[in-house]
Design a protein around this ligand. Structure first.
Ligand code: PLP
Length: 388
């Protein structure tokens, strides 16, 4: 008998995140340029940090209501009303969580019974499949196609439907591809969800990082408000990854069920982060827009640069990732990433970390400075020339 045999079968069945391996290699080397991490290189804007300092000074060190501070829930409600004309009742339809990570976990646990299937367009964020399994569900990956700029269509989803299909889990703008879904694409998805009576879990953590046009909120589509569990947070748009603060919006039944799990497992999100999040929503938009403008500059640089090197990629329209096709190098994505970091000290992530359909691609994050992106492009050029 080994201790590992005593672990739950669901935990045994999930693999550690494929992103980690490359961080570990990078950590042992000097002078690595990382295009690997999905984290803003900005520090949280000062006014947001200051509000937390001031909150601590005033003695804000306690628990809060399980659902989150009323003032924060009111701000979130106002925010969605202003941006998307949506009305969420702060008392019953909003839950403040420990990042989108917690919101995703408890959304799945609140709605899935053992064996329920969840359609998950791929490539996708590393947690979607693992959290589905941990919630007792069965992830059903559905490949999105490069030819369609990694948008998903009902025609692609339809063959994967079974009587056990309970939900669809989407994330646009997308990590790792940078894809977005335009309104016409989302409307088709909404019709599909309605026709097959599916719950939609929509992770919109990158919604504010949309570079052309405006972000389309799934819950704002006709008849989708109550069918959708909308997840969002402060990590990306406000450069607040370490604060661990997010939220979920949906009908009172779904949010009530999620609150039950949250109250037994988290009790509440940290009060310091909630105070900061209030400030972010009240006064943070101008700082957020500045950061988004800078990501946009970097996006243009890396998009042109990679294409010039013969690493074909479509133009990402959201998030801060680009997903070049590296098959012209003759290497697999894993080989490409490993050889590149070992020979030229540029870290990126093989597309297969985001599902089988990421084969032949790597994910580059451009949440790093223009100087570093330029230097990384030169190193990649050298790598490609030397491996011909
Ligand atoms: N969803 C997506 C698509 C992400 O890329 C990430 C983090 O990289 C998360 C959720 C987790 O966000 P949070 O920091 O709010 O837990």
């Amino acid at each position: 008998m080994t201790w590992s045999e005593k672990l739950s079968t669901s935990v045994q069945s999930i693999a550690p995140s494929g992103i980690r391996k490359f961080f570990d290699i990078a950590a042992q080397m000097d002078d690595v340029i990382s295009l690997g991490v999905g984290e803003p290189d900005f520090i949280t804007p000062w006014s947001i940090r200051e509000s937390c300092v001031y909150g601590l000074e005033r003695g804000y060190t306690s628990y809060t209501a399980n659902r989150g501070m009323p003032e924060l829930r009111n701000e979130i409600s106002r925010h969605y009303n202003r941006l998307y004309n949506l009305d969420y009742n702060p008392d019953t339809e909003i839950l403040v969580t420990v990042g989108v990570s917690e919101a995703l976990d408890i959304a799945l646990r609140a709605v899935l019974n053992v064996g329920d299937e969840v359609l998950i367009p791929e490539p996708c964020y590393v947690s979607y499949q693992a959290c589905t399994i941990l919630a007792g569900g069965v992830p059903v990956p559905v490949s999105a196609k490069l030819e369609n700029e990694f948008r998903i269509t009902p025609e692609e989803l339809e063959p994967h439907l079974t009587p056990k299909t309970k939900a669809i889990l989407i994330g646009y703008p997308n990590n790792p591809t940078g894809a977005i879904m335009e309104r016409r694409d989302l409307l088709k998805l909404a019709e599909f969800a309605e026709k097959h009576d599916l719950i939609v879990i929509s992770d919109e953590i990158y919604g504010d990082l949309t570079y052309e046009g405006v972000h389309e909120c799934f819950s704002a589509l006709p008849k989708m408000r109550d069918r959708t569990i909308l997840l969002n947070g402060f990590s990306k748009a406000y450069a607040m990854t370490g604060w661990r603060i997010g939220y979920a919006l949906s009908n009172a039944d779904f949010i009530g069920a999620m609150t039950k799990i949250h109250q037994y497992t988290m009790l509440c999100a940290p009060i310091t982060a909630q105070v900061a999040a209030i400030e972010a929503l009240k006064h943070g938009e101008k700082y957020m827009k500045k950061m988004v403008a800078e990501y946009d500059r970097r996006r243009n640089l890396i998009y042109d640069g990679l294409n010039k090197l013969g690493l074909k990629c479509f133009e990402p329209k959201g998030a801060f990732y680009i997903f070049p096709d590296i098959t012209s190098s003759g290497m697999t994505a894993e080989d490409f990433a490993e050889k590149l970091i070992r020979s030229e000290r540029v870290a990126l992530v093989p597309g297969t970390a985001f599902g089988e359909s990421g084969k032949g691609h790597v994910r580059c994050s451009y949440a790093t400075s223009i100087e570093k992106i330029s230097a990384a492009l030169k190193r990649i050029e050298k790598f490609l020339l030397s491996s011909q």
